[in-house]
Structures are given as structure tokens and as C-alpha cells.
Design a binder for this molecule. Structure first.
Ligand code: ARG
Length: 464
């Protein structure tokens, strides 16, 4: 709940009350209250450090910690009364602390500013959200590995230009998705290194004249180190942009998976059955089963990329150091976290229920002359130059097209018209099974290779 009737913030300098609309316009409490627990965590560490440095007494520190602990409970229980007059999460908590413990509450802000405070809160918030995002990503990766394992031998067409190119296994295709998500995991971990640097102590912009111990506060909050420059500390939002860029890449990947699931579940492809629980019907067409979840995820990827652009534009012309513009960083960032977590959750829940229609996948690979390259490779192994082999196979494909047959369905005599190098063993290479089994180098689509890739991937994953 937010009220609009308490004392004006930093009022002594002002002779006029803030315009009522401006008060609402400039307030951020409606959304930044999401960082309340991080704000309290930061304040407890700050007060602990101030007492250790003899800037606060031990009694004052204890009162502050006890008051903040009570506020934390009030917030968790939904009893805390948020006020627009107090502008943001930081001032709301400080005002309540002073109500609760009196003068010691007013001393908490010694040696800091909301500028270093808010930068610290966002970092703490993102750090904890990345733990959840990583866990959801791992859950999705595990679901992909399980499905890939079931389909290490399932043959489907591999595509380039969305035209049938060469046969692959469905397990191999799924492992391509897995690889994309592995890079996403790495990007998040890498971004954490730069998130986990502590701005506190930068104060408004120039640091503070109190004898503070920034290493101590950093250690108390689990940061790897204090930031190196006070001006940069209060102004820097690179870490938020990096995170949103990593999130945009994850969403771009999910959007690509979505596009494939949507195509594969169409009557034209008919490669998979989407679970009913993740689809909806049409209000007018009784036959419809729409892949709503992948479609929505595909749509939401644009929204997250929009947030990335918003954050880049937010920062692009800002002079050092803190500017109120920075308050605009939170909504895109929070929505990025929510959208990403929801989409990952939907995907991790949905993937285990995807059913492959193996016979349709197989028939589709056969229809597209997917083993044409294998025939060319066969001729090359028998001594023909690749370009000549390419030409010979083109003629064989034309015969197949004219007579509506796959290459493996042409007779040996028919194939021998195109080259006398062709003998009976050619059929070992023209089958879809022979084609995939031959690609057994690391990174290849052979069923045994895919099984090894899955096994190796399981070892690298965050344990269940
Ligand atoms: N609500 C503000 C923000 O989100 C906190 C920092 C305010 N600092 C200031 N100098 N007005 O950025």
C-alpha cells in the first residue's frame, strides 16, 4: 500500500511544497520497493562497518540492526506502509527506521548517499536473481538432454534455407539448442564478475570524509571488492546493460526454439505433437490447436531486446556522475528478469512433454534427397573430383525427381548410367541411417556421437 501524506523529503532547503503531480512523477517507490530486502541488507552491512570504524557506537549499530530486522519482517508480511512522500524505497525504509528507533535511525546515512546505495541495491538484486535464472536455465538444459537422449537415433531432415539438406538426428538438433544455452550460462556467470563489485563508499559522487572501511563492507555483502572510482561507481550501469544483453540473447534463443516448435507442430511439417497443456484452441475454428506458449515466448523476446535498447539509450548521453535519469533503469531491468524467468519456466515445463513423430520426420528426410552429399562423397572416395561428383549426383537427383523416388530407391543399373564408379556397396551410404552414422567425428550427428555429447554435457551442468 502507498500513502501520500507524510513529511516532504529534504525539505529545509525548500520554501515551497513540491507540486503534487511532480511528487508522483518523480517517485520510484511503486517499483523500487522490489529491492527492499537488498536495501536492508546493504544498510545492515553499512552500519556494522560504521560501528567497527567508530563512526557509530555499538548501541547505535545494534538499534539500527534491530529496527531494520523488524522492517524486513513488516515488508515480508505485507504490513509495511509505503509512502509516495518518501519518494523511493531507500527513504521509506530510513523514515520507518527513525520512527522505530529515533535518532540512531537518522545516523544510518552517515558516509553514504542514495546514489551509492541504489547502485549497491541493484547489484545485490541482480546477483540473487541470476541464481534463479541460472537454475531455470539448468532445468531447461536438463529437459533438453533427456529428450535428446530419447532421440539420439531418431532421424529427421537437417535444413539449410529451410530446405531439406542432410539427415541429422533429432537428438543432435536438440543438442544444438543445448549448446546455445550453455553459452548463455557462461555469459551470465561472466556478467556476475562485474556485477559483484561494491559501489558503497562512493557516497554522492566523490567519496566521504569519514574513515570508512570499504573492504569490510564489501566482504560483509559478499562483493569481490570495492569499486575503484567513486564517480564511476554511482554512474555505472554497464552491468545492468550486460545482464540485459545476456537476457536478450537467451530470449533470442528461446524465440528460435519457438519458431521451430511452431513449424514442426504445423500440419505441413507434422514432426511433433505439442502437449495440450501448453496449447489453446480457437474461439471460432474447432479444429485448431495453437502453440500459444512458443508464440508468446517468441513475442516476448522483442520486449526484452526493447529493454536492452532502452537501457543503452538511457545511458548514452549522461555526463558523470549520478543523474535522475538512472531511476529509469529499474523498470526495464525488473521486467527483463520477470519475463526471462517466466519464459524459462514455461520452456523447462514444456520440453519434457514434446512428442516426436518419428515416422513423419523420417519420411520427410527421405523426400528431400538428403543423402545426395553422401553419394557425392562416395564418388570422391572412389577417385572422382568433388565438382564432377556434384554434377553426377545432380543427374541422379533429377531422375529421382522425375520418377518420384529417393536416391536409395533407384536401381544399381540406373545409378551406374551416371558413373561406372558406382557399385553395389553404394546403398550402404544412400540410406539415412548410413548417412548419419558416418558423421561420427566430434560435433557430428552420428547416434553414438550424440550419446557421448549428452554424457559430457551432463557432467558440466549444475547438479540437480
Ligand atoms: N530513486 C533513486 C534512483 O532510483 C535513488 C537515488 C536518488 N538520488 C538522488 N540524488 N536523487 O536512482
Amino acid at each position: 500500500m502507498t500513502t501520500v501524506n507524510s513529511e516532504k523529503l529534504s525539505s529545509a532547503r525548500f520554501t515551497e511544497a513540491t507540486d503534487a503531480f511532480v511528487e508522483v512523477f518523480t517517485a520510484s517507490v511503486d517499483f523500487d520497493q522490489r529491492m527492499a530486502q537488498q536495501d536492508i541488507q546493504g544498510s545492515i552491512a553499512h552500519a556494522t562497518m560504521l560501528a567497527a570504524c567508530k563512526i557509530l557506537t555499538e548501541q547505535e549499530r545494534d538499534d539500527i540492526i534491530q529496527g531494520l530486522t523488524q522492517i524486513s519482517t513488516e515488508i515480508s508480511n505485507g504490513e509495511f506502509v509505503w509512502s509516495i512522500k518518501q519518494e523511493d524505497v531507500h527513504m521509506n525504509i530510513e523514515a520507518r527506521l527513525t520512527d522505530l528507533i529515533g535518532i540512531a535511525g537518522k545516523k544510518l546515512h552517515t558516509g553514504r548517499s542514495r546514489n551509492d546505495q541504489v547502485a549497491t541495491d541493484i547489484r545485490l538484486y541482480l546477483r540473487s536473481e541470476i541464481v534463479h535464472i541460472t537454475a531455470e536455465l539448468s532445468r531447461l538444459q536438463r529437459a533438453i538432454l533427456d529428450l535428446a537422449e530419447q532421440h539420439a537415433d531418431t532421424i529427421m531432415p537437417g535444413f539449410t534455407h529451410l530446405q531439406v539438406a542432410q539427415p541429422v538426428t533429432f537428438g543432435h538438433h536438440l543438442m544444438a539448442w543445448f549448446e546455445m544455452l550453455s553459452r548463455d550460462q557462461e555469459r551470465l556467470q561472466d556478467c556476475c564478475k562485474r556485477i559483484n563489485v561494491m559501489p558503497l563508499g562512493a557516497a554522492a559522487l566523490a567519496g566521504t570524509s569519514y574513515p570508512i572501511d570499504r573492504f569490510m563492507t564489501a566482504e560483509l555483502l559478499g562483493f569481490s571488492r570495492p569499486s575503484a572510482n567513486s564517480l564511476d561507481s554511482v554512474s555505472d550501469r554497464d552491468f545492468a546493460i550486460e545482464f540485459t544483453a545476456a537476457a536478450s540473447l537467451i530470449m533470442m534463443h528461446l524465440s528460435r526454439f519457438s519458431e521451430e516448435l511452431i513449424l514442426w507442430s504445423s500440419a505441413q511439417f507434422d514432426f511433433i505433437n505439442m502437449p495440450d497443456a501448453f496449447c489453446t484452441g480457437s474461439s471460432i475454428m474447432p479444429q485448431k490447436k495453437n502453440p500459444d506458449v512458443p508464440e508468446l515466448v517468441r513475442g516476448k523476446s522483442g520486449r526484452v531486446t526493447g529493454h536492452l535498447i532502452a537501457l543503452l539509450m538511457l545511458m548514452k548521453s549522461q555526463p558523470l556522475a549520478y543523474n535522475k535519469d538512472n531511476q529509469e533503469d529499474k523498470e526495464p531491468l525488473f521486467d527483463t528478469v520477470d519475463t526471462l524467468l517466466n519464459c524459462l519456466r514455461a520452456y523447462a515445463d514444456m520440453i519434457p512433454h514434446i512428442q516426436a513423430k518419428k515416422a513423419n520426420m523420417y519420411a520427410s528426410a527421405k523426400r528431400g534427397f538428403a543423402t545426395a552429399t553422401d553419394l557425392a562423397d562416395y564418388l570422391v572416395r572412389k577417385g572422382m573430383a568433388f565438382r564432377d561428383a556434384h554434377e553426377v549426383v545432380g543427374l541422379a537427383v533429377r531422375l529421382g525427381l522425375e520418377s518420384s523416388r529417393d536416391l536409395s530407391e533407384l536401381s544399381l543399373a540406373e545409378l551406374q548410367q551416371f558413373s561406372t564408379l558406382i557399385v553395389a556397396d553404394v546403398f550402404d551410404y544412400l540410406t539415412l541411417e548410413g548417412s548419419v552414422a558416418a558423421r561420427k567425428h566430434i560435433g557430428g550427428t552420428a547416434p553414438d556421437t550424440v550419446r557421448s555429447a549428452i554424457e559430457a554435457a551432463r557432467v558440466g551442468l549444475v547438479p540437480r
